[in-house]
Design a protein around this ligand. Structure first.
Ligand code: C2E
Ligand code: MG
Ligand code: MG
Length: 666
């Protein structure tokens, strides 16, 4: 296809060049008579105005002599002007002949190239597609002599029914043609406008297809609409964006990529029929936003694209995004039976700043969308060039991380953060937190590590490494009599999408002889809220095998505890957001109080995360929170640091010097 296009482009420029030379030569010739007359007039006027005066001043003549001189002067004038005209005519004609010779050579080159093109090519009239020229390959493909093709209309060659498929310049179209002998001839044609020519023309370059590739391509064309929503699909969209760029050229516009939040869980929890229903509802509501300046397509799965041709700045595009997000929220709100998705996230790219064609604009919008989703969903984000740098860094980190995981976690290690009881100050738990010091990348922040792992499909491998490492460490501590309580690892949603993780957890418990409750898995509230049947089954299977399930970052997901009735959860970790200054912040107090009450009613243990101040600790103890974790006691520690920390605490506890505040206060 690319080859076909560049061949067409080459043809076009050669043809245009020959046309150009020819036109210039003709124009030049038409201008000559005016130029010649102008010079002749100048000469005549100068002659008349000067010669008599000159004669009179140089030679004082008698009347008879003057008459003689006038006759001689006239004869001289005729001679000089005849010479001038002869010279000018000769020069312009030889100019013309030279230009014409050049044009003829260019035309011959063009004709030779056109004739010898190895693929069928036709030169047609721009509007009625009348064939003006046909090459040998076209003649032999179609089974006509060249001369028989010239003068026909291109459509007369096409099978009924597909005759009028538009052959837009810059596009390729699949047509079923009829050969002279009646046989069917599937071909793909691409059209290029030949500019510079006096009559508007188009060059069509064709590629013959097999019956199968024709059927496949036709199928692809016909499926330009998407089934559940009836919206045009991704292929159509890319073509339209590119077409739009060709039409508007320098004018700015925006491409918005919308992604429904938590759509996967709708499919998983409520089934695909409900998923399709939701997509249809979203499509209907988005369609209501459309005007003649906006296009809508379904991009893939739960992604939609809006092309807003009048949004020429980030602010304007964000305003369109607001409308779209409101429309999606309304659509979601109407899905009575489905509680899951609450709206959508939007990534925005602007033409021409963020990309010069459909592909680069959509990839920019996709990068922006990724950021919007990671930033907490329900947001719109305009693309920013540093995002591409981040993308490159993430791709590199992904490769390095893959290598690290292949070489038994080279550079990966765990830090451990203890949790202490608010009732008696004892060590009640420990959380394992992953760290990565890449050999080439230095310390990689955890959030970035998790993001890189997720985007490179390495979360399973990383999660397995963390779990195995934590289980092995716990077994060593138990053997050494250092710590025998529970050790928690964090689990991301993807790890629970297959049974492998459940099997691994069971194997680790078995191989290291760990009792029930020794390993804990922390699942964030947001994930726990949207689990489908499969994930719920796996979580409960883990709980039944003695792996305790903890809800992490509780309070950020706005879920009700009723959500967890069907999940075998044993602990809630109250998010740092509510713990921060809880002793002063009235709204946090109300929320934390409610969480603690509900947890107690459901028989769940509570841990407050991120405790940094004694006053926070005091408030939490007064309100019956069970345990605390935070910098106030210890940051996440390396294994050797943890040993020191535990030893010094033991010493302090015996000496009562550095016991937790409540111990000192009591
Ligand atoms: P998280 O599970 O909620 O972990 C608690 C985070 O709070 C840790 O950040 C910890 O360093 C930090 N933290 C602890 N005490 C305090 C405090 O007093 N004040 C404040 N401001 N922060 C405190 P970290 O280690 O950077 O981990 C961030 C998140 O990354 C974790 O949040 C967890 O969601 C994720 N993560 C860490 N390790 C893993 C892992 O092995 N697997 C998975 N899937 N996620 C992990
Ligand atoms: Mg955690
Ligand atoms: Mg947390």
């Amino acid at each position: 296809m690319v080859e076909q296009q560049s061949m067409a482009d080459g043809q076009r420029s050669l043809l245009a060049a020959s046309e150009d030379t020819y036109r210039r030569a003709r124009l030049g010739l038409l201008r000559q008579p005016r130029r010649i007359v102008r010079r002749y007039l100048l000469l005549a006027i100068a002659w008349l105005a000067t010669t008599d005066l000159l004669l009179a001043s140089v030679l004082p003549l008698t009347h008879g002599q003057r008459w003689l001189f006038t006759v001689a002067k006239g004869a001289l004038f005729v001679l000089v002007s005849a010479g001038l005209i002869w010279h000018l005519l000769r020069r312009s004609l030889s100019d013309y002949l030279r230009q014409e010779r050049l044009a003829r050579t260019a035309r011959q080159d063009y004709a030779r190239l056109f004739a010898s093109l190895p693929v069928p090519a036709l030169l047609v009239h721009d509007t009625d597609l009348r064939i003006l020229d046909a090459n040998t390959a076209a003649a032999s493909a179609l089974g006509y002599p060249c001369e028989a093709l010239i003068g026909r209309h291109f459509e007369q060659l096409a099978e009924d029914g597909n005759a009028l498929v538009p052959l837009h310049a810059g596009h390729s179209t699949i047509l079923l043609l009829r050969r002279a002998d009646g046989a069917e001839l599937p071909m793909q044609w691409s059209a290029t406008t030949v500019d510079g020519a006096s009559t508007p023309r188009r060059l069509l370059v064709g590629v013959e297809m097999t019956a199968q590739s024709h059927a496949d391509a036709l199928h692809r064309m016909l499926t330009a609409t998407d089934t559940p929503t009836g919206l045009p699909n991704r292929a159509w969209l890319s073509t339209r964006i590119d077409e739009h760029i060709r039409t508007v050229r320098a004018q700015r516009f925006a491409v918005l990529l919308l992604d429904l939040d938590h759509f996967r869980s709708v499919n998983e929890v409520h089934g695909h029929a409900q998923g399709d229903r939701l997509l249809r509802a979203v499509a209907t509501h988005l369609r209501n936003l459309l005007d003649e300046h906006t296009l809508l397509a379904r991009f893939s799965g739960d992604e939609f694209v809006l092309l807003a041709s009048t949004a020429s700045s980030g602010e304007q595009a964000l305003a369109v995004a607001e409308y779209a997000m409101a429309a999606v929220a309304t659509a979601c709100g109407q899905m009575d039976a489905i509680a899951a998705p609450s709206g959508c996230s939007v990534g925005i790219a602007l033409y021409p700043d963020h990309g010069g064609d459909a592909d680069s604009l959509l990839s920019a919008a996709d990068l922006a969308l990724g950021l919007a989703k990671r930033g907490g969903r329900g947001r719109a984000q305009v693309f920013d060039p540093p995002m591409r740098l981040r993308e490159t860094r993430h791709a590199e980190l992904g490769t390095h991380l893959r290598d690290a995981l292949r070489t038994d976690g080279d550079g990966l290690y765990l830090r451990y953060q203890p949790q202490y009881s608010l009732h008696d100050g004892s060590l009640t738990g420990m959380e394992a937190l992953v760290r990565w010091r890449g050999r080439r990348d230095g310390d990689v922040p955890v959030a970035e590590l998790i993001e890189v792992a997720e985007r490179n499909n390495l979360m399973d491998a990383l999660g397995s490494w963390v779990l195995s490492e934590a289980a092995a460490q716990l077994a060593r501590w138990r053997a050494q009599g250092l710590y025998a309580g529970p050790l928690a690892v964090n689990v991301s949603p993807n790890q629970l999408r297959s049974d492998a993780f459940v099997e691994l957890a069971r194997a680790q418990m078995r191989d290291h002889h760990l009792p029930a409750g020794a390993l804990e898995l922390e699942i964030t509230e947001t994930v726990a809220m949207h689990v489908g049947d499969g994930v719920r089954r796996r979580i409960n299977a883990l709980a039944n095998s003695g792996v305790a399930v903890v809800i992490d970052d509780f309070g950020t997901g706005y879920s009700s505890l009723a959500h967890f009735k069907r999940l075998q959860v044993c602990k809630l970790k109250i998010d740092v957001l509510f713990v921060r200054n809880v002793h002063q912040a009235r709204d946090s107090q109300a929320i934390v109080q409610a969480m603690l009450d509900m947890a107690r009613a459901l028989g769940l243990k509570t841990v407050a995360e991120g405790v940094e101040q004694r006053a926070e600790e005091r408030w939490l103890r007064e309100h019956d929170c069970d345990a605390v974790q935070g910098f106030l006691y210890a940051p996440p520690l390396r294994e050797d640091e943890l040993r020191q920390h535990l030893a010094s605490r033991r010493m302090a506890a015996t000496g009562r010097a550095d016991a937790p505040a409540h111990e000192r206060e009591s």
